[in-house]
Design a protein around this ligand. Structure first.
Ligand code: PMT
Length: 399
């Protein structure tokens, strides 16, 4: 019960997942928080205000122009009261309104009137999630420090399968009100690579992959929460740099290697989460390649293996690799653990489109010389916490 003095304003918008919000209120109040709920008009079609009033113990607000509600706690007071504003579920429509700063109902007005941090648990059809407009809105809001929890992948109310399910109430409560981590890595320097690399072919073309950086950025935040001094070496991604973390942006594998090596002398733990391109073109062409021939042949050469170079240093840090595999997960991961002389490896089954590259969730099986542990599918931030605790445990045992 760390959160007795925390005021949560929960905004509920009109999606089918709204039926889960009484449970969400229970999970938040179980952690000690005080919760007040604001419903949009369409949310009332999916969940009863009375149920939310009963579980939160406070009247539920809905109308911007309600004289009685304004007399009790006006919208500006409510906006000032909140320590955190969570919108769950958040529809595509509401996310669009928020992006454009509309204030045509109580909830959108509160979003503008509050200086509390805003957290969003999106819930929508997978096609609406993938729509260019929605994705552009997410990028804009992320740049304004709005935090997104989820969505999860899976079967949807409409029968589609894909990203767009609201995270489960317990996961949302744990993400919004995380247990205070003991500062187990205080005084330790941790370097983490994240995202893809880009290998240029000519001035306008490159080869790369689908890594979004989400897993590596989540690990950087989790290491920071444990008190570590973190350097994040990031390939080109659209995520904003995490607060209070030294983030070095690079493009190519060679640049990533240089940036990592410049931190490694006094680094205690190195985690290679980046999806580094294994090859680059032998000779980058200075001018744009013209399409004069029917065929184009490019020669690729191997990139340096950053993880291997770090693990083979004369006094290497505690070194953790990732293994993105589409088959023979255990065999290939154990092969990399031994060949690259790693302390640990986190195997990622990237044949499953619900997890891994560019999704909100992931699942890992972690191997070390005498053990293994399965970390079940979860939001990347929750999973990163579990992995960092495991890394810390093994690192401390080996010291
Ligand atoms: O970024 P997200 O969208 O969140 O997705 C996360 C992820 C799927 C990218 C991540 O969880 C993951 O699996 N990262 C490793 C991807 C990868 O390149 O795996 P690999 O099996 O090809 O490489 C093995 C290890 O060697 C990795 O730790 C990699 O960082 C490292 N490596 C590989 C090649 C190279 N030239 N240098 C390296 O350091």
């Amino acid at each position: 019960m760390h959160f007795e003095n925390t005021h949560i304003l929960l905004g509920v918008t009109g999606g089918i997942a709204a039926y889960k919000t009484p449970d969400l209120v229970r999970k938040l109040t179980a952690k000690g928080a005080t919760v007040r709920v604001v419903l949009t008009d369409s949310a009332k079609e999916f969940v009863s205000p009375l149920a939310l009033q009963a579980v939160s113990g406070h009247p539920v607000s809905n109308d911007l122009l309600d004289k009685d509600a304004e007399a009790a706690m006006g919208h500006i007071e409510l906006a000032k009261w909140a320590d955190k504003l969570l919108i769950a579920p958040a529809t595509a429509n509401f996310i669009a309104k928020l992006t454009h700063g509309l204030a045509d109902d109580l909830l959108s007005t509160l979003c503008l009137a509050t200086d509390a941090p805003i957290y969003i648990a999106p819930a929508m059809n997978q096609q609406m999630w993938h729509a260019k407009a929605t994705q552009a809105n997410l990028t804009t809001l992320s740049q304004r420090d709005v935090t997104f929890f989820g969505p999860a992948q899976g079967e949807q109310a409409c029968g589609d399968v894909g990203p767009g399910r609201m995270l489960e109430p317990q996961d949302l409560a744990d993400l919004l009100l995380p247990q205070k981590s003991p500062l187990l890595l205080k005084g330790q320097k941790v370097t983490i690579t994240a995202g893809p690399t880009r290998e240029e072919i000519d001035p306008v073309r490159y080869i790369s992959n689908h890594s979004s950086g989400k897993m590596g950025y989540a690990l950087a935040r989790a290491a920071k929460e444990l008190g570590a001094d973190v350097t994040l070496v990031s390939g080109p991604v659209t995520l904003p740099p995490p607060a209070d973390i030294n983030t070095v942006k690079v493009n190519s594998a060679k640049q990533m290697l240089d940036a990592v090596m410049s931190t490694i002398k006094d680094c205690n733990i190195f985690i290679a989460c980046a999806a580094v391109a294994d090859y680059r073109v032998q000779q980058k062409v200075d001018q744009k390649i013209k399409k004069s021939d029917d065929e184009l042949t490019l020669t690729f050469v191997k990139n340096p293996d950053i993880l291997k170079e770090v693990a083979h240093l004369s006094s290497p840090p505690f070194t953790v690799g990732f293994a993105a595999e589409t088959q023979n997960l255990k065999e290939y991961a154990l092969g990399k653990l031994q060949r690259k002389k790693l302390n640990m490896i986190a195997a990622n089954d990237v044949s499953d489109s619900k997890i891994g590259f560019n999704s909100e969730q992931n699942a890992l099986t972690v191997f070390w010389p005498k053990g293994e542990l399965k970390l079940e599918v979860a939001d990347k931030q929750l999973l990163a916490k579990k992995l960092m605790l495991l890394v810390e445990q093994r690192y401390t045992e080996q010291k």
